[in-house]
Design a protein around this ligand. Structure first.
Ligand SMILES: Cc1cc2nc3c(=O)[nH]c(=O)nc-3n(C[C@H](O)[C@H](O)[C@H](O)COP(=O)(O)OP(=O)(O)OC[C@H]3O[C@@H](n4cnc5c(N)ncnc54)[C@H](O)[C@@H]3O)c2cc1C
Length: 276
């Protein structure tokens, strides 16, 4: 497959979690992904955890791509983090606005991700390959689809090289998004973010929070399996592998997997795609 595949982790909270994640990384590394990205908690809450995770991913021979969110942060703060990554030879960053937990009012010196992209370019030139977030079903806070598309284009105009989408289960939303941003003059690769389905209540919770639609027929089937994890996984694999096949056949430049720090579900999709 001559497309770009990448995997996303979140920083483990405990030493046991780290040991487990190192084993997951070793399993996923066997399929040769372009990079492993590591999320960054709102307001810098995982700053050390993200950095440490990137360090051992790099030491294990993979390319690490830290996420960096700017909401609630100062320029000085972001400058310091960029310096740490640069000193370690990191070349790719996923640049985001992030979300502050409710009650944390201090907005900091950045309002939107395009301002972060602009700042990183001004500070570090072309050192970093910058990824930004894209929302084929639109960001939950967007005033309307047109404004959201324009906000995406602003991030690219500010210097983003490529994008990773929020997960979705509707391929048409992705194709339409790519077409519409291309019509606005924006031709960077937009890589679909893929969420394996392994747990229906968790999926419903995440989807409500991030604005991803679970099609009714998928939701109803998942509900009908109750606690039968094996059926949920088997059905989830069929649905998500079919989505991936359609996206790749329709021209998606690769896939980015939200692994949830687990290897099995992602590898099962990967194997299905290799067979296809
Ligand atoms: C691939 C991916 C990875 C992620 N990783 C993380 C992570 O590690 N940590 C984390 O905390 N969160 C993460 N998120 C979630 C993300 O931080 C949230 O979705 C956040 O609400 C928006 O971030 P953004 O970078 O897309 O923001 P932006 O691009 O700034 O957009 C945010 C909202 O503001 C609107 N907007 C943008 N510019 C303007 C403007 N000038 N005027 C008015 N409205 C505007 C947009 O339409 C949108 O509704 C990730 C999301 C994705 C898709």
């Amino acid at each position: 497959m001559n497309k770009t595949f990448s995997f996303e982790f979140f920083p483990p909270k405990t030493p046991e979690g780290e040991t487990k994640l190192r084993a997951v990384h070793a399993q996923l590394a066997t399929v040769g992904p372009a990079f492993f990205s590591v999320t960054f908690g709102a307001g810098g809450s995982t700053r050390e955890g993200t950095l440490q995770t990137i360090d051992w991913i790099t030491a294990a021979g993979s390319q690490g791509a830290p996420h960096l969110s700017c909401i609630g942060s100062t320029r000085e703060n972001i400058r310091a983090i960029l310096g740490e990554y640069r000193a370690r030879g990191v070349r790719r960053i996923v640049a985001l606005r992030g979300d502050l937990p409710s009650g944390h009012g201090a907005a900091g010196e950045f309002r939107y991700a395009n301002e972060l992209v602009e700042f990183i370019r001004a500070e570090t030139g072309d050192w970093f390959h910058l990824e930004v977030a894209a929302y084929p079903e639109f960001h939950p806070q967007a005033r309307n689809p047109q404004d959201d598309l324009r906000a995406f284009v602003r991030k690219v105009q500010a210097g983003a090289n490529s994008a990773i989408t929020q997960y979705f289960f509707n391929a048409d939303a992705y194709f339409r998004f790519v077409e519409e941003v291309a019509a606005l003059g924006c031709g960077v690769p937009v890589v679909p973010g893929i969420m394996p389905i392994t747990n229906s209540s968790q999926l419903a919770r995440f989807s409500d929070a991030c604005g991803a639609e679970i099609p009714r027929w998928v939701r109803r089937r998942l509900e009908s399996f109750g606690d039968d994890r094996a059926s949920i996984r088997a059905f989830g694999l069929d649905v998500v592998a079919a989505l991936c096949e359609r996206l790749l056949a329709g021209g998606a430049p690769g896939l980015h997997f939200y692994t949830m720090n687990q290897a099995d579900a992602t590898l099962a999709i990967w194997r299905r795609l290799r067979q296809g």
